[in-house]
Design a protein around this ligand. Structure first.
Ligand SMILES: Nc1ncnc2c1ncn2[C@@H]1O[C@H](COP(=O)(O)OP(=O)(O)OP(=O)(O)O)[C@@H](O)[C@H]1O
Ligand SMILES: Cc1ncc(COP(=O)(O)O)c(N)n1
Length: 265
């Protein structure tokens, strides 16, 4: 059995965060495990409260898993504070975690801060050097590189800059581009673009969580990075195409086990 761990925040309405990650792992035929960093009270219309867990229980969750189970890949999502980032960094280094995918979540689609602005420095310093793959969206790449990004050329330049900060492979996601949704991968000094038409739907809650978890699941299966990103792009395209209205706001992507059954990958 392939085993994948998510370290992220809980989303009570199930569209993003830990819940989206575990659904993705299952849909891709892997066994999912979770370390919760924070609990959010959120629905399709917004985030109404956030409660961080303390460092001790975060450290103990990670230890409990690694001392007992061999983890094939780790996805990191909402980390909330600098103190939590330090704890995660220390614990993953101590346990020699492999295949780490960092989704540098900063702000929810509804506009709520999921990372304290003063924790951005810690995210860059501690988590980027641990990342086999990092998956910033346009806004996150702008914050990390302190530049404006609106074109594919600027996405490529940002990917190189983020690689220099320590992340081995960088995917700058184009979900928020004007026009097609094109993601830019910078890996081993080469660029590759993963394009798709834009699915015309307002229901994109949790797209970034799903995409990074799909990359982690494929890395865990032993896929090379480029293949893992290609598969994740295919998976998220299908999950967005099957997204649906839930509640009165931005609905979630749909995780479909048929994908794994039909493609067996
Ligand atoms: N409407 C869309 N149609 C097709 N693909 C999309 C669409 N929106 C996003 N994507 C794809 O979904 C993935 C996630 O990209 P996005 O830029 O939305 O991430 P994100 O902003 O981090 O998501 P989140 O806000 O959920 O954290 C990327 O592969 C992107 O190309
Ligand atoms: C716990 C948690 N993690 C991540 C997101 C980002 O997802 P989105 O940008 O789609 O709101 C979220 N809303 N909640």
């Amino acid at each position: 059995m392939i085993k994948v761990l998510t370290i992220a925040g809980s989303d009570s309405c199930g569209g993003a965060g830990i819940q989206a990650d575990l659904k993705t792992f299952s849909a891709l035929g892997t066994y999912g495990m979770s370390v919760i960093t924070a609990v959010t009270a959120q629905n399709t219309r917004g985030v109404f409260n956030v409660r961080e867990l303390d460092q001790e229980i975060i450290r103990d969750q990670i230890s409990a898993i690694f001392e007992d189970i061999q983890v094939d890949a780790v996805k990191i999502g909402m980390v909330s504070s600098a103190a939590i980032i330090e704890t995660i960094g220390e614990s993953l280094l101590k346990n020699k975690a492999q295949n780490i995918v960092v989704d540098p979540v900063m702000v929810s689609k509804s506009g709520c801060a999921l990372l304290q602005p003063e924790a951005r420095e810690a995210l860059i310093r501690v988590l980027l050097p641990l990342a086999e793959v990092v998956t910033p969206n346009l806004f996150e790449a702008e914050v990390i590189t302190e530049t404006k990004i609106a074109t594919l050329d600027e996405m490529e330049k940002a990917a190189v800059a983020i690689n220099k900060l320590g992340a081995k492979n960088v995917v700058v996601k184009g979900g928020h581009l004007k026009g097609d949704a094109i993601d830019v991968l910078y890996s081993e000094k080469a660029f590759r673009h993963f394009g798709s038409g834009r699915v015309a739907t307002p229901h994109t809650h949790g797209t970034g969580c799903t995409f990074s978890s799909a990359i982690a699941a494929s890395l865990a299966k032993g896929c090379p990075v480029e293949e893992a990103v290609a598969r994740a792009k295919e998976y998220i395209g299908g999950a967005i195409a099957h997204s649906f209205p839930l509640g009165r706001g931005v609905g979630p992507t749909h995780h479909f086990y048929q994908y794994y059954r039909d493609t067996n990958r």
